[in-house]
Design a protein around this ligand. Structure first.
Ligand SMILES: CC(C)(COP(=O)(O)OP(=O)(O)OC[C@H]1O[C@@H](n2cnc3c(N)ncnc32)[C@H](O)[C@@H]1OP(=O)(O)O)[C@@H](O)C(=O)NCCC(=O)NCCS
Length: 180
């Protein structure tokens, strides 16, 4: 299998406030800031060595960051294994939330999933994480199961998944589509 990280990406986009931003591959020198955000955003943060493994070792990982001209504002870690994509991590700086950053990261990841022939995209999320669940539902993910005591504090995880028919254009699901 070829190393997934060989696939380079540079995707400019605009935040909802009009500021220019872009998505690119995560590098080792991003990890200090990524870890700072990880500790702010998660009660059970990944460690430096977790992220280092994703950037330097894992052959299934495609770690991404979003940044402006001034700072790193978000990151995401999808794993591509055969015809599945597992979203292992996604987070956005509190200063830049609700600006469309996670949506852009997910768009890039789902487009790449389609390009790689992925048929099933899935992730785990805390049932209490309403904003993340809302985000995933907006992208067509549905709750399909529970992993008991998945998190370190004993909380269950919701499993959410989205099937990707071949050639389906990636877009946010409209409310109408979600009701189907
Ligand atoms: C969840 C998270 C990644 C969303 O990032 P974001 O960049 O703010 O998301 P976006 O701006 O792209 O929002 C997309 C949609 O998500 C939903 N959403 C995001 N923040 C929300 C909030 N505070 N309340 C309700 N819905 C919210 C909305 O549907 C939103 O669409 P809208 O703005 O058109 O209503 C971010 O809140 C975060 O980093 N949280 C902490 C880390 C985390 O929980 N990661 C997920 C682990 S499973």
């Amino acid at each position: 299998m070829s190393n997934q990280k060989d696939k380079r990406i540079f995707r400019p986009f605009r935040l909802k406030n009009g500021e220019q931003a872009w998505i690119r591959n995560m590098r080792l020198d991003d990890l200090e800031t990524v870890l700072e955000l990880e500790h702010i955003l998660f009660s059970d943060p990944w460690t430096y060595s977790n992220f280092r493994h994703e950037v330097c070792v894992s052959e299934v990982s495609w770690p991404l960051v979003a940044e402006t001209a001034y700072e790193l504002i978000g990151y995401a870690i999808p794993w591509f294994v055969e015809d599945e994509m597992h979203l292992a991590n996604i987070a956005v700086s509190p200063l830049y939330q609700r600006q469309g950053v996670a949506s852009q990261l997910l768009c890039v990841i789902l487009e790449e999933s389609l390009a790689r022939g992925v048929r099933r995209a899935y992730l785990e999320v805390r049932p209490s994480n309403r904003k993340a669940i809302r985000l995933y539902e907006k992208f067509g993910f549905e709750k399909v199961g529970i992993r008991r005591r998945y998190y370190r504090n004993g909380e269950d995880a919701l499993i959410m998944e989205r099937y990707l028919p071949r050639q389906e254009p990636v877009r946010q699901m409209s409310d109408e589509n979600q009701k189907r």
